[in-house]
Design a protein around this ligand. Structure first.
Ligand code: SF4
Length: 453
């Protein structure tokens, strides 16, 4: 067998053999997470001369939003959901609670496949209204609240399982999409599984997967617990395009596709860009002027509590009701314009190709690399803003961003070609579908170019 193949499989087996080390690592991450989420929320505003290295509050903000999140996104695209299975503190805590909990069976409403979409949309919008990237109290409310709910769900449902991670976590849908392009995954050799005659051991797959038929990396947390099971499961290489190109269109792709199109490419883009958008400023100024001209002052008051709208007078950062409404309107506009146009273009491409009604959702999967790069670019804007405040500026950043954006666009375009090219349709139809597919690439690319350049 090829050495790199066996090396990768050994890495997977190592996670299985050294489970106590993995668990110790998980608890170490839990400890760091608690310190970074809880302690800064009770610290005073940093003085003007404070830096990331001299002030825990600034350090925690940088560590969470500047390092943790962008590199988790990157890691999922590179290694699958190993972050979830090996390091995620929320996953570790919900599983721990589930080991000591009521062990109830999972009700049908929890299994609804739309929860990751709904949870992502709600947390993204709420996070913008209370400035989650800026203030530790908002971070504690959203991340700490999510962790408490995750533990409560773990305590009530399943026995040593990660019911929260599988069905409800606000980022599980995003990770499930990004893991589709990871070049490694746990794969089951179906023949080996059937032929295995050795002793039967039980494996606790915390996210409740059917280990006999592992092929997608979307739901697997790559925790390694099943590595070597029945001599059939191993961490294996694959082409980063394989899962997207070979997956047949299915109704199960409907919510992931909606999350990608409306959530990641639409809403999240708006969430990253509204603070630097001239459209947002014009929209808000026009509305404020209209309110003043008509002597309606209620919406210009800033009496909302901090957990509803940002209210930090000591930082001079106080949202009035109009600010909140303008943010909601801008996010809705981005979702409608970019998400809506992308959806219509994909529907058009599927219709031109004569694909079934759900055909648009399998074409949408080709946009996963663009979605991942868009998230990475958006989160790294926070990293750079924080570094710039400390006087750290990288002259090559414009080029690096261009490279990342072009990489995401080219990868998605290539996947689009691989999905559209082999279809049984005339050349004219395939060209038409390709042109439709170019619409989201152009919109998202132009949107980032507008922000960066
Ligand atoms: S199938 Fe389950 S046990 Fe196996 S690596 Fe994935 S999450 Fe872990």
């Amino acid at each position: 067998m090829n050495t790199s193949v066996t090396r990768l499989a050994s890495l997977g087996h190592a996670l299985q053999r050294h489970r106590p080390v993995v668990i110790a690592l998980q608890w170490a991450v839990v400890a760091c997470y608690i310190v970074l989420v809880v302690v800064p929320a009770f610290m005073p505003m940093p003085p003007a001369e404070a830096t990331i290295t001299s002030n825990l509050r600034l350090f925690a903000q940088f560590a969470f939003w500047g390092i943790w999140w962008p590199f988790v996104i990157l890691s999922v695209m590179l290694f699958g959901r190993m972050w979830c299975g090996v390091l995620c503190p929320e996953g570790a805590l919900t599983e721990w609670a589930s080991h000591h909990g009521l062990g109830r069976s999972i009700p049908r409403w929890i299994r609804w496949s739309g929860w990751p979409f709904v949870a992502f949309v709600c947390t993204t919008i709420y996070g913008q209204l209370i400035s989650v990237y800026e203030y530790p109290q908002a971070t504690l409310l959203i991340l700490g609240g999510s962790t408490l709910v995750a533990m409560a769900v773990g305590f009530v449902f399943g026995r040593g399982k990660r019911v929260w991670c599988r069905y409800l976590c606000p980022v599980s849908g995003v990770f499930g999409l990004l893991a589709k392009v990871a070049p490694m995954h746990y794969r089951t050799d179906a023949e080996q599984w059937v032929q295995h005659t050795g002793p039967r051991t039980r494996v606790n797959c915390a996210p409740l997967l059917d280990m006999r038929h592992l092929s997608s990396a979307s739901d697997c947390h790559a925790c390694g617990r099943c590595s070597g099971h029945r001599n059939a499961i191993a961490l294996s290489w694959r082409s980063p395009c394989q899962e997207i190109v070979s997956a047949p269109a299915s109704p199960a792709q409907r919510y992931p596709a909606r999350l990608l199109v409306f959530g990641i490419l639409g809403l999240a883009l708006g969430a990253f860009q509204w603070t630097v958008s001239p459209i947002f400023v014009s929209l808000k100024q026009a509305a404020a002027q209209w309110l003043i001209n008509h002597e309606h002052y209620a919406l210009l008051q800033d009496n909302a509590p901090w957990w509803l709208l940002t209210h930090v007078p000591e930082a001079g950062d106080v949202f009035n009701w109009l600010d909140g409404l303008a943010i909601l309107a801008y996010l809705a506009l981005t979702t409608a314009v970019i998400g809506g146009s992308t959806w219509l273009a994909l529907m058009g491409a599927a219709r031109v190709l004569g694909a079934p009604r759900q055909g648009w959702s399998s074409l949408a999967m080709a946009l996963v690399p663009l979605g991942g790069t868009s998230l990475f670019l958006g989160l790294s804007m926070l990293t750079l803003t924080q570094l710039r405040a400390d006087g750290v500026v990288f002259s090559w950043m414009g080029w690096a961003r261009a490279l990342v954006l072009c990489g995401g666009l080219a990868w998605s375009a290539w996947l689009g070609l691989r999905l559209i090219g082999p279809r049984k349709a005339s050349i004219a139809r395939r060209v038409g579908a390709g042109l439709c597919f170019a619409v989201p690439l152009t919109l998202v690319g132009a949107s980032w170019i507008g922000v960066f350049y």
